[in-house]
Design a binder for this molecule. Structure first.
Ligand SMILES: Nc1ncnc2c1ncn2[C@@H]1O[C@H](COP(=O)(O)OP(=O)(O)OP(=O)(O)O)[C@@H](O)[C@H]1O
Ligand SMILES: [Mg+2]
Length: 242
């Protein structure tokens, strides 16, 4: 039984079909890579699952429960949490306080939330920066806070929206290591990323969106050979290089 399943999901903005009839199931413990050109509907997909957008049609099931019309807080409480493509850190708050915002999802007492946040800061390698203002940290650390705040909600499923965009190769390697550590904790992960080396390295399976449609879904090595994926996203150069 999949942990998360989307059936016939569509999201229309007026005339624009940002998502059209998506059917996709994610197994517990899986790392699913989600790729596709700009505007393909990847972030919209995350917005629908996490209740930030109300889908036009279709259903979303989490652990067999229909969560299609649930709001963000309720979805988070159930165990699905996401990062934002544009970092949403509270710049005037410290790294610790930022991560506590996630921990408050399950801990109502400040002391308990702080304890949880401290544990997550250690897990994500941010403990030395816990008292620094998020706004003063590097992009890599801000992305790390974004991930830490998400993990602090104690989810079973995390949706990562370009958590490695804009990072240098060393920072990217560190971020990959962190995502693998998160996976080892038993979490199920959907990761949206444009850097193909990263997607190929961490994904068990890759789904490809193009103009709101799921065009291919399969093992990484098959997906990158697929003519439709090469045409819509990777281009002939990628094919020639690999
Ligand atoms: N709230 C909204 N209102 C109207 N149109 C929207 C809204 N959100 C997204 N769109 C449109 O839906 C389409 C899909 O956008 P989305 O952000 O999901 O793409 P994406 O695959 O995440 O792209 P990128 O790789 O650039 O992040 C785009 O044409 C976008 O302009
Ligand atoms: Mg996006």
């Amino acid at each position: 039984m999949p942990i998360l399943e989307v059936k016939n999901l569509s999201m229309h903005f007026g005339e624009l079909a940002a998502l059209e009839d998506i059917n996709l199931a994610v197994e517990k413990g899986e790392i699913l890579g989600l790729i596709g050109p700009n505007g393909a509907g990847k972030t919209t997909f995350f917005n629908c699952i996490t209740g930030f957008l109300n889908a036009t049609r279709g259903d979303i099931f989490y652990k067999e429960q229909n969560i299609t019309r649930f709001g963000p807080h309720r979805v988070c409480k159930l165990g699905i949490c996401r990062t934002f493509q544009i970092v949403q850190s509270f710049n005037e708050m410290t790294a610790l306080e930022n991560v506590m915002m996630g921990a408050f999802c399950r801990h109502h007492l400040t002391g308990d939330a702080r304890e949880k946040a401290e544990e997550i800061l250690k897990f994500t390698g941010l403990q030395d920066k816990k008292n620094q203002l998020a706004g003063g940290l590097t992009l890599a650390d801000q992305k790390r806070i974004e991930l830490a705040r998400t993990i602090a909600t104690e989810p079973d499923v995390v949706l990562l929206d370009e958590v490695m965009a804009g990072l240098n190769p060393t920072e990217t390697e560190e971020a990959i290591g962190l995502i693998q550590k998160v996976h080892e904790k038993g979490l199920t992960i959907i990761v949206v990323e444009h850097v193909m080396e990263v997607i190929m390295k961490i994904s068990h399976r890759i789904a490809v969106f193009d103009s709101g449609e799921l065009i291919v879904d399969g093992p990484p090595e098959e997906v990158v050979q697929d003519e439709r994926v090469i045409k819509a996203y990777l281009g002939e150069e990628y094919h020639a290089e690999s």
